[in-house]
Design a protein around this ligand. Structure first.
Ligand code: ZN
Length: 198
């Protein structure tokens, strides 16, 4: 299309951009992996239909096993994306999204209580910030989260934290993969940012 009008161009550009980002209702990662998730759920549903009298412990263990397989698969896709984009290999994680941390989040947001920001201690509002982003297979789990206030969350995601802010983050209890992602992907980008700011 030839544009005779800058305003029309800008409008179309912004509109297309918006459409592009909202193309997938639950995000691109979910979109890409949906078929696999569906297939594995069907597989296990058939199994449970066949063995409907399993005792509860065994039943729960099998459900856990299914969730771990799905998490492993998501993580595998994620590590492949990271390898392709950054040329580094991070270990696989087989941690399914944790129901405990989901419930804790719901309860905290219901009571308007937030964990203090890992960097500045702000506790009027904080977000869950994924270390390995969802789009790269990062899990919804405590061990892949930081608690950050809106400002520090934004700065983290855009690789614009200062060194003293970065140094305040305690990664020691995070997943091995999340720690390596922080160390090998995020830190080098930040180092360049700090260098350019001098
Ligand atoms: Zn903060």
């Amino acid at each position: 299309m030839i544009y005779h009008d800058n305003k029309q161009y800008l409008y179309d550009y912004l509109f297309m951009k918006k459409r592009e980002s909202s193309k997938y209702m639950y995000g691109k990662f979910h979109h890409d992996t949906y078929k696999f998730h569906e297939a594995i759920n069907d597989l296990f549903s058939d199994f449970f239909k066949k063995y409907s009298s399993l005792n509860m412990n065994l039943n729960n263990d099998i459900v856990n096993l299914r969730n771990n397989i799905v998490a492993l698969f998501d993580s595998w896709i994620g590590t492949k994306k990271i390898e392709k984009e950054f040329g580094i290999k991070i270990p696989l994680a087989s941690t399914p999204p944790s129901i405990e941390s989901f419930l804790e989040r719901q309860i905290r947001s219901y009571h308007n209580k937030y964990r203090p920001c890992d960097i500045c201690g702000e506790d009027r509002i904080t977000h869950f910030c994924h270390i390995i982003p969802r789009s790269k297979g990062g899990v919804n789990d405590e061990k892949n989260y930081l608690y950050l206030c809106p400002l520090h969350h934004h700065l983290f995601d855009h690789h614009r934290l200062n060194k003293n802010e970065w140094d305040k983050i305690d990664f020691s209890k995070k997943m091995v993969g999340s720690r390596e992602y922080a160390d090998k992907v995020i830190l080098p980008i930040l180092k360049k940012f700090w260098e350019n700011k001098k």
